[in-house]
Design a protein around this ligand. Structure first.
Ligand SMILES: Cc1ncc(COP(=O)(O)O)c(C=O)c1O
Length: 480
């Protein structure tokens, strides 16, 4: 093939003929990237003046130096979760091996659609999902698939639950005489509504169940809500409990919620997108008690296991359910392998080998490494929580159960109607003057500040700076 219009390093020549050019480009990109990452603390946790490079399609190849300049600008303007002051979202700096794993996965460019297109990775994915299902004690037949994020994992689990309950894999919803509904707490993740919409149920099919003062679903309210919908002629099929709510990191009482689901013969899904990581901590793992009774689990190692985005999974207590209730065969694929073509039993078809960076992270950090990250973040969480409680002008949204502390400034001198605005300004000032990014969720109709203590380089110095910043802001506001 004539490749005269190609830059020298356009592809990695399989005969090694352009090795010098490829090495030059790769080393320059990697050196520059590492220099930027090793200086991440010198940039803002969240740059406010980000500009994307001009989007033009050049007639011919950009020079190597121009590409490097543009890449530098892109990284400089990007969210900077490696900064120890980045404590605002469930977004982490990635493990080194997950960055490298992504590079390797891209380089070999396999396709999780089928075994023949990803022989090693398919096997790895089956084994790793089975192993992690084992960590959750889901039983000997459990397994699952990776998805690009927790929203897809929830969609996947709910579609299997719906198909199995109503036996509508082929016939669809049209033949049903009652409207399917599912139950989740009022603070459950919005991906459930998205899933219900995509599954043809409509967002109203997600019945919001009341929570207690600490954002945990009330089992009594769940039981009442199920009975109410039955009386109204709707057809309950699933209860979703959350292990690690998005805003406050609380955990629904899994055993009690399971009992209610079981009483009504409903599928029990646990959205442990965030909290699932606790399986790696002996000290904190008990918080997940009850998850072993789940029919399916969502878990995102891209969050508290520090695997580069995206890396999530939908696990099923009986992995065969994917064959029975979900599989659509791809006639252009061989289907006689001992393991399934994962693209036939998952929402996504073509999919990158995200399993590699998860597997590498498990190998490189080991259980001890993950456990330490989790346990240390609990220690930091306790410090933040205590400082909030000690502070006259701050209030806590709920008792932390994970490494998330949601609180807000509510000084007596600030009228309640002006507190949302006060907290918004405080968030801005923490970023612009103290290099600390906390998020500003809406929770129970008010604006709160949310701290997520994931970053392994965040320490007591950062926490000191956070509270000094809060004090300086509140003092200045009060005297104005
Ligand atoms: C509890 C929970 N479930 C699901 C999701 C959705 O995950 P993703 O954003 O990866 O799609 C999130 C995201 O934060 C979450 O917190």
């Amino acid at each position: 093939m004539n490749r005269s219009n190609m830059p020298k390093a356009g592809f990695i020549d399989p005969s090694g003929n352009n090795a010098d050019a490829v090495h030059d480009l790769a080393e320059d990109v990697l050196d520059q990237l590492l220099e930027q990452l090793e200086g991440a603390e010198d940039r803002s946790p969240l740059p406010t003046d980000s500009t994307a490079p001009a989007v033009t399609i050049p007639e011919s190849s950009q020079t190597h130096d121009d590409l490097l300049d543009d890449l530098e600008t892109i990284v400089d303007g990007s969210m900077n979760p490696a900064h120890p002051g980045y404590i605002g979202h469930m977004d982490t700096m990635p493990t080194t091996v997950s960055v490298l794993g992504d590079l390797v996965a891209s380089a070999v460019n396999n396709n999780m659609l089928s075994v023949e297109m990803s022989p090693v990775f398919s096997e790895l994915e089956v084994q790793v999902t089975e192993t992690i299902a084992g960590e959750f004690d889901l039983g000997p037949d459990a397994g699952g698939v990776l998805t690009s994020g927790g929203s897809l994992a929830n969609l996947h689990a709910l579609s299997v639950a719906r198909n199995q309950t109503f036996d509508i894999h082929e016939g669809g919803l049209a033949g049903l005489d009652r409207e399917p509904v599912l139950f989740a707490s009022e603070v459950a993740h919005t991906s459930l509504q998205k899933a219900a919409m995509l599954l043809g149920l409509g967002t109203d099919a997600v019945v919001a169940v009341e929570t207690d003062d600490h954002s945990r679903m009330e089992p009594g309210s769940l039981a009442k809500a199920i009975k109410r919908t039955e009386r109204n002629g709707r057809a309950p099929f699933c209860v979703v409990a959350t292990a690690g709510t998005t805003t406050t990191g609380n955990i629904d009482p899994l055993p009690a919620i399971h009992d209610v689901a079981d009483d009504h013969d409903l599928w029990f899904h646990v959205d442990a997108a965030y909290g699932g990581a606790l399986v790696f901590s002996d000290a904190e793992g008990d918080r997940l008690d009850g998850i072993e009774a789940a029919d399916s689990v969502t878990f995102n190692p891209q969050k508290w296991c520090y695997v580069a985005k995206t890396c999530a999974m939908a696990l099923f207590v009986d992995a065969d359910v994917l064959q029975e209730e979900f599989r659509i065969g791809a006639p252009y694929m061989r289907g006689d392998d001992a393991i399934p073509n994962l693209g036939e039993v998952s929402v996504q078809g073509t999919r990158r080998a995200e399993i590699l960076k998860l597997w590498l992270t498990l190998q490189h950090l080991g259980r001890d490494g993950l456990e330490q990250l989790i346990d240390e973040s609990y220690r930091l969480t306790a410090t933040v929580r205590d400082r909030v409680l000690e502070h006259d002008a701050l209030e806590l949204a709920s008792e932390p159960e994970m490494n998330i502390v949601c609180f807000r400034a509510a000084p007596e001198w600030c009228p309640p109607a002006e507190r949302d605005d006060l907290n918004s300004r405080l968030q801005q000032v923490l970023l612009s003057e103290h290099d600390i990014f906390v998020s500003l969720p809406t929770y129970r109709d008010s604006r709160w500040l949310r701290v997520v203590l994931l970053n392994p380089f965040t320490g007591t110095e950062t926490i000191g700076r956070l509270f000094d910043g809060i004090d300086a802001f509140l003092n200045a506001e009060e005297t104005e």
